[in-house]
Design a protein around this ligand. Sequence first.
Ligand SMILES: [Zn+2]
Length: 100
Amino acid sequence: MSFDAFVTGYSVAVSVAIFAALALLLYYLLFNKSLMARISAPAQQAQLTEFVILKCPQCGFEKKRQFELGDYVGKVDQERCPHDNSQLVVSSIAKETSSQ
Ligand SMILES: [Zn+2]
């Protein structure tokens, strides 16, 4: 085998290896994309709703309501506790998927 033949054979082998790697990468990306689409599709359909937990500082009564603009943890809400009539405080803000 001459040197030229060796170089030609080597570069062909390298080309094939690069092509194979690219094909593998492309296949991986496409597969990953469809996998991602499969995973994220149901999540996109379910709506994320933001809600807050109101807590009574006196007796610990808790109530959940829809998040409203300007709500923050520690905010004293307009709503009052049904037990002792003290104003409820926003104790936490969270998101959940609505079960509609
Ligand atoms: Zn209370």
